[in-house]
Design a protein. Structure first.
Length: 308
């Protein structure tokens, strides 16, 4: 059954990526930077003299499963928050501030989990001073820096979980800039500039993603969506139990399903029904115990069920 499902592993690359940068306080949540303009470059097709994996994190993975995600530094949406809203938001910065950075990655499989999200809150020790963010929103300056925003290397498992590399020590720091003019928009610059060559000059958010292969076919989809436990519960417990119920105690069904001819036994049953309908309860009881006696004796059962 497992082999007929053809659960062969096939490549499952990232088809789309987007980035979002939010600041959350007691006064609410504002999205400063958001872009869906991200390029996806295959690792085995990169033409760069810069070593994008100097620590050898990717040595254990197939090059066909690795992709370089490069995003534009300028946001794909304008900054349209009214000034009165900004002023009220600034008042809540000194009370509490939480910065969240998220990646949304989309693949073809597994079905139902095509889009996966990795969201991370910046450590409080790496947050900028509230006064720096306040000065940008008030128009005094146009930029502030956030340290260790997100890890550079990700691994998207076959079941659809996003996990950063545990051995990675240094996260990516970002420079947030509010561009002013006829229109206003935010820009996010990656401060680790070794990505300029690999991304063709794009200096926005960049990540190196390992998208693990996923099995195909019906069983493969079951494994991807529900893991091996889902396959076990579905086939071993449910289907296996159903098959056992159908095949168990076959010898007990022989007197009812595998006799040569049951015409005489059926005639006795019909006589019992007729006697009950006519109110002949004594005749009904005699016929009933005759039928019980026949079934209790294998020899009599064979005699009564012989073919004419």
């Amino acid at each position: 059954m497992y082999s007929s499902g053809n659960p062969t592993n096939i490549a499952n690359p990232i088809n789309d990526a987007s980035v979002q940068f939010d600041i959350k306080t007691e006064g609410g949540r504002l999205t400063l930077y958001q872009t869906t303009l991200c390029e996806r470059l295959s690792w085995d097709q990169l033409n760069t003299v810069v070593d994008l994996d100097p620590y050898g994190y990717l040595d254990a993975y197939n090059e066909k499963d690795i992709q370089l995600i490069c995003c534009q530094a300028d946001a794909s949406t304008l900054w349209l928050v009214p000034e009165v809203v900004q002023r009220k938001f600034v008042q809540s910065l000194n009370k509490s501030m939480d910065i969240k950075f998220s990646w949304v990655l989309t693949r073809d499989r597994p079905k139902g989990k095509e889009a996966v999200k990795y969201e991370r809150s910046v450590d409080p020790s790496d947050l900028p001073d509230a006064s720096e963010v306040e000065e940008v929103l008030n128009g005094s300056t146009n930029r502030f820096i956030v340290k260790n925003v997100y890890p550079r290397y990700f691994r998207v498992t076959g079941s659809g979980d996003v996990r950063p590399f545990e051995q990675e020590a240094n996260d990516v720091s970002a420079d947030l800039v509010l561009n002013r003019g006829n229109s206003e928009w935010w820009s996010l610059y990656d401060n680790n500039r070794f990505n300029v060559s690999g991304c063709g000059g794009l200096i926005g958010p960049m990540a190196i993603v390992v998208s693990e292969e996923t099995p195909q076919g019906f069983l493969g989809e079951t494994l991807s969506k529900s893991s091996i436990w889902g396959l076990y519960i579905t086939f071993v417990l449910a289907v296996g139990r159903f098959i056992r119920l159908q095949c168990s105690d076959l010898r007990m069904r022989i007197p009812y399903e595998n006799l040569p001819s049951c015409d005489r036994l059926i005639a006795i049953c019909e006589d019992i029904y007729a006697a009950r309908a006519e109110g002949e309860l004594g005749v009904e009881e005699v016929l009933y115990w005759t039928l019980v006696k026949i079934y209790r004796s294998p020899h009599m059962l064979l005699e009564y069920t012989k073919l004419d």
